[in-house]
Write a protein that binds this ligand. Structure first.
Ligand code: DX5
Ligand code: ZN
Length: 218
């Protein structure tokens, strides 16, 4: 079974609550929240107050993707705002294991994100400590970009390691996911799929979400 995590980055921010409820009713499994600081990535989006505002709106887990420098300084705020998962970029963490411990200390599930060029060797020694690995299949910063296929072998590599070691880690894919690109990602072993523009830019979001899921489960 695969899970779809619509990214609200592509939603209409003037009616965010309704946009979240709509994809929950359509069968989404998580809500993906893209936090950008204008430093780690060249764009600024939303902070803990948005997570806090959305917490009572949905029962779905809130999957908070931190594209920020010095994530340690903000983990507590995002945890208290109601995040269920907090994922941090390995490229932004000086002491990755400490950041993971910090996230866990607030009862939140920790995940690590890899940019398209970052090898999985960088997370080999924290696999026992995390609940999720998020592979970027675009360069982080913006929605609506083209899927980078060269990430797929990395996904397969990690998926094999997870199986060999009997670990329970979700593999999430983020960037350019649609009915076509989801297919090789499922084959490589990914389990959760972020989709922003492929859902929110469609008139019928429920149909778009179900089409992507069906393509992944075929
Ligand atoms: C990109 C974000 C993604 C983005 C995905 O930096 O992390 O979550 O919203 O958008 P699409 O699905 O349009 O590529
Ligand atoms: Zn994201």
């Amino acid at each position: 079974m695969i899970k779809i995590a619509p990214s609200i980055l592509a939603a209409n921010f003037s009616r965010l609550a309704e946009e979240v409820v709509e994809v929950e009713k359509a069968g989404a499994e998580l809500i993906h929240i893209d936090v950008m600081d204008g430093h780690f990535v060249p764009n600024i989006t939303m902070g803990p107050i948005v997570v806090e505002a959305l917490r009572p709106v949905t029962k779905l887990p809130l999957d908070v993707h931190l594209m920020i420098e010095n994530p340690d300084a903000y983990v507590e705020q995002f945890a208290k705002a109601g995040a269920d998962y907090i994922t941090v970029h390995v490229e932004a963490c000086k002491h990755l294991h400490r950041t993971i411990q910090l996230i866990r200390s607030f009862g939140v599930k920790p995940g690590v994100v890899l940019n398209p060029h970052t090898p999985i060797e960088q997370i080999k020694h924290v696999l026992e400590d995390i609940d999720m690995v998020l592979f970027m299949t675009v360069n982080p910063g913006f929605g609506g970009q083209k899927f980078i296929h060269s990430v797929i072998p990395k996904v397969k590599q990690l998926s094999d390691i997870i199986k060999e070691q009997g670990l329970s880690i979700e593999i999430e894919i983020d960037g350019g996911i649609n009915e076509e690109t989801i297919v090789p990602c499922v084959q490589a072993g990914a389990t959760i799929f972020v989709a922003g523009s492929a859902i929110y830019n469609e008139e019928n979001r429920a149909e778009a979400l179900q089409r992507i899921k069906a393509a992944g489960e075929r």
